[in-house]
Write a protein that binds this ligand. Structure first.
Ligand SMILES: *[C@@H]1O[C@H](CO)[C@@H](O)[C@H](O)[C@H]1NC(C)=O
Ligand SMILES: *[C@@H]1O[C@H](CO)[C@@H](O)[C@H](O)[C@H]1NC(C)=O
Ligand SMILES: *[C@@H]1O[C@H](CO)[C@@H](O)[C@H](O)[C@H]1NC(C)=O
Ligand SMILES: *[C@@H]1O[C@H](CO)[C@@H](O)[C@H](O)[C@H]1NC(C)=O
Length: 842
């Protein structure tokens, strides 16, 4: 872990942002009470120190004295981390207090400071300050900070559009900022004209002042994101060309150099500086020819500067880190003159290695009491000059291996949980033993409590990185925490508690997508046979010019990619003639763009391409169509249809049934026959999928999109979880489970088939006819839902069915009940469902 810790700050392009996600100690207690303060408090029992995520002490959260008013930013909760940290993620939660509390912040802003006096408002890469907060008092909302923050002090400031009582519990995630850099001052980045188009090399996330030059801030040179070889492209989606780089032309610098001044938190013993430079010499961009650095330790500048001339490279055009040895100069500030080697010079990242970066091998979170925690023990030096990248790679591999091992172990625990839960649900007289799909999980009823508690996993749980989850999916670690209630013997309960009851969402590799507040990580499950039929031929869709896409909003994200809602110009040319978009020509079209992060591993890339092949062959009026792809350059994208009315869940929540009530409230309505029409289309789309033996695995109203005139298309914005090769898929298959939509055999046995899709269809139909005004089984807790699943399995008439919706005629309720038959063979096929729904309308 300690190696990771160091590498996390030297790597680039997402490495720091994705590795550096450790909770900094609000929930874990490493941050001391006296370092948590607030603008005010409602009472002693809601003081700042109770604002710790996942804590229930005191009255359950920090609450300010006054209500939060619109446009007033008086209240804040402040955390002092005692030293500079690189913060990539924040988590917030409201006051639940065992059900008594119901205060939370719907929105908030963040301010931060490195010195405690100058406060900076955080903005995302699009310039927005407000962060969406919680929707209830208990769920934890996690938000990535893009760009990340480098700060010692952080303030959470609740924001509201109406007067309301707000309470907060928070956590920060990141790691220590070993560079110690507190600001760099540089001339403002300039603008290039490339084939008549302006390319901007300004430092768009710089947090200091920018007038003629940049002063007192940090920005793109320290955001952990390296530019690509081709400076016109970026890791960040939908930004202008040149985004990642800060660049200058020699025209503006008659002396032939650019001066950058660096200030540090204190005097340090410097070993190296690394400068990430573009080297696209064909465009007259080269790394610097020479750098001359001056050092200031106390008040005075040292007389003798240090000079270094890298070899000018006009063979290899790739962007690279240039390492400058700083020869153990002691300094608290440094100014360097970078000499032009060509017309342009462009930097995307500058890092510093100094004594305090050489820690003792213990990974030190903010420690108890003893002030700034990391200035101790410069005992273990790492010689990093030439081998950094190698170490980085090795460590990345180790990290992945560790993550995979943890997942495998975790999966075994999880399966043991399920095994126990289902065993307990079975009656004692049941002697049959089931043989299961998964070879790691051979079920046997009279298996004595095979409780080999996996103690190997107890390590490092405080340092688990975390990834966000959405509300409709059950997080297995939570399930596991709940499952002990099933157990009778304390020994087993203890066994189940082991490593995952520590409150940290326990995720490593799950790829999770937030689609409008909904998480889903699935794609269609494709049987190997069908896969063979489908693959082989080339991709049947065309490349789309990336620049014609205009970003509108982020629909979701996962570890390997993101889903964006975009407008596409000229999409008409990319559509088959058999494909009718009911819009006039030259109108931009709404599309969803699934994008693979440029740093995704090779498997993820291959599987993304595989998914494109599969998707390109799905052609049905009720299935979302793949329109085009961008696979000639990174990041890889697939562009699918999106429908103007969003998903069916949100659509129905905005509408009401026709009737007296709707007349009075003047709310938009949907007639019963239109509800039926939509349900019939879902059945029709599923009929098509099932005819290809595709299993959707996450059918629900949230995965159906609504277009004009109540047209429906079934979507799947997951990031192809099952495609991550055989084993990996099975590990991840259990990562996030929509249990309220799942058949008993999917939950208990891990079996996903067309028959389990039929079950989910029954639930989807129920949602539709209730206008999605509540979750299925909303009166049952998650563990009760699982218990109910056991009753479905036992089939002794004790199972609870979803009730008949008011609008639902008996004939349609009968279809639902048939979908929820215990015996999969007795469930209707989608063909039959489709026919029955059509008949019910006549
Ligand atoms: C940087 O340039 C882009 C493109 O012209 C512009 O939209 C943005 O506002 C600029 N940012 C800053 C901080 O100057
Ligand atoms: C800086 O570090 C080097 C290597 O650890 C050491 O040899 C040197 O004495 C240090 N310089 C000062 C001034 O402490
Ligand atoms: C800028 O660099 C180019 C290429 O090295 C050179 O030809 C040109 O004279 C330089 N311009 C100035 C103003 O120094
Ligand atoms: C490394 O740090 C740990 C705890 O931070 C400390 O107990 C240990 O003595 C240190 N090792 C050395 C060699 O200084």
């Amino acid at each position: 872990m300690s190696m990771l810790y160091i590498v996390s700050l030297t790597g680039c392009s997402y490495l720091s942002a994705c590795v550096c996600r450790y909770p900094l100690g609000m929930s874990g207690g490493q941050i001391q009470d006296e370092d948590i303060s607030a603008s005010s408090q409602w009472s002693e029992s809601t003081a700042a120190r109770y604002g710790r995520l996942d804590f229930e002490e005191g009255d359950g959260a920090w609450c300010p004295e006054r209500t939060v008013e619109p446009d007033s930013l008086k209240e804040f909760l402040q955390i002092d981390l005692r030293s500079l940290h690189f913060i990539t993620l924040v988590g917030t939660q409201g006051r639940h207090a065992g059900g008594i509390g119901n205060e939370f912040a719907q929105m908030y802003k963040i301010k931060y400071s490195r010195d405690g006096s100058r406060w900076i408002s955080w903005r995302n890469r699009q310039g927005e300050q407000v962060i969406e907060g919680n929707r209830n008092a208990y769920d934890i909302m996690l938000k990535d900070l893009e760009p990340p923050i480098i700060a010692r002090f952080v303030r959470f400031m609740p924001v509201s559009d109406h007067s309301m009582n707000v309470c907060m519990r928070v956590e920060l995630y990141g790691c220590e900022w070993l560079d110690g850099l507190v600001s760099y001052n540089a001339p403002a980045g300039e603008q290039m004209s490339l084939e008549g188009q302006p390319v901007h090399f300004n430092d768009s996330v710089y947090d200091g002042a920018v007038i003629y030059s940049m002063t007192e801030g940090l920005g793109q040179l320290t955001d952990g994101m390296c530019g690509l070889d081709d400076f016109t492209h970026s890791h960040v989606y939908n930004v202008w060309p040149g985004y990642d780089y800060v660049g200058w032309t020699n025209e503006s610098f008659p002396n032939g150099y650019v001066e950058i001044m660096f200030e540090f938190d204190r005097t340090r013993n410097f070993t190296t500086m690394k400068v990430h430079c573009n080297n696209m010499f064909t465009r007259h961009i080269k790394a610097f020819r020479q750098v001359v650095c001056y050092f200031r330790s106390e008040a005075d500048w040292e007389a003798t500067p240090l000079s270094f001339s890298p070899v000018v490279d006009d063979v290899n055009p790739s962007a690279r880190f240039i390492t400058v040895s700083l020869a153990n100069h002691m300094a608290s500030a440094m100014k360097c003159h970078f000499y032009f080697a060509d017309t342009w010079m462009m930097f995307s990242e500058i890092t510093f290695q100094s004594d305090t970066a050489m820690y003792n091998t213990t990974l030190a979170p903010p420690k108890t009491g003893s002030g700034p925690p990391t200035r101790d023990d410069p005992t273990h030096k790492i010689d990093d000059s030439n081998t950094r990248i190698l170490i980085g790679c090795l460590v990345a591999i180790i990290f992945i291996l560790v993550a995979i091992i943890v997942i495998i172990l975790w999966r075994q625990v999880w399966q043991k949980m399920l095994e126990k839960a289902s065993r307990r649900m079975l009656d004692d007289e049941l002697t049959a033993s089931l043989s299961l799909q998964s070879e790691t999980f051979a079920y046997s009823h009279n298996n004595p409590s095979s409780s080999s508690a996996p103690s190997e996993q107890e390590s490092s749980s405080t340092y688990e990185r975390i990834f966000p989850l959405g509300p409709d999916y059950q997080e297995p670690s939570r399930l596991i925490r709940k499952l002990p209630e099933f157990s009778h013997s304390s020994e087993e309960a203890g066994d189940m508690k082991s490593p995952y009851c520590d409150g940290v969402p326990h995720y490593a590799e799950a790829d999770i997508v937030n689609l409008q507040g909904v998480t889903g990580g699935n794609t269609y499950a494709v049987p190997a046979l069908t896969m063979d039929l489908l693959s082989g031929k080339d991709v049947a869709v065309e490349e789309f010019p990336r620049k014609l896409l205009t970003f509108k909003e982020k629909l979701g994200e996962g570890q390997f990619g993101e889903v964006h809602l975009c407008e596409a110009e000229g999409m008409q040319e990319f559509m088959d003639e058999d494909f009718s978009f009911d819009i006039s020509d030259n109108q931009p079209v709404l599309v969803a763009v699934k994008m693979l992060r440029a740093d995704a591993n090779k498997n993820a890339r291959n599987d993304f391409l595989k998914e494109i092949k599969i998707m390109s062959r799905l052609k049905d009026p009720n299935i979302i169509r793949l329109l085009a792809v961008c696979i000639c350059s990174d990041p890889l994208c697939m562009i699918t249809e999106y429908m103007e009315n969003g998903d069916l869940n949100q659509f129905l929540s905005r509408h009401e049934p026709e009737g007296q009530l709707a007349l009075i409230s003047n709310a938009p309505t949907v007639s019963y026959s239109n509800l039926c029409y939509m349900a019939t289309q879902i059945a029709s789309g599923m009929r098509y999928l099932s005819s290809l033996n595709f299993v959707h695995r996450d059918l629900a109203t949230r995965n159906c999109l609504v277009g004009k005139n109540y047209t429906i298309k079934i979507a799947d914005f997951g990031m192809s979880r099952n495609l991550y090769s055989g084993d990996y898929y099975r590990i991840q298959g259990r990562a996030v489970l929509p249990i309220r939509w799942m058949s008993w055999e999917s939950i208990l046995l891990g079996k996903f088939t067309t028959a389990s899709d039929v079950w989910a269809f029954g639930v989807t139909l129920w949602e539709t006819l209730t206008f999605c005004n509540e979750q299925p089984y909303s009166q049952l807790t998650d563990e009760q839902v699982i218990e109910n699943t056991g009753e479905f399995f036992r089939d002794q008439k004790r199972q609870v069915y979803l009730p008949q919706p008011v609008l639902c005629p008996d004939s349609v309720y009968k279809i639902m009940l048939n979908c929820w038959r215990r015996n999969t063979k007795e469930r209707p096929s989608f063909q039959e469902i489709h026919r029955a729904l059509l008949e019910s309308q006549t």
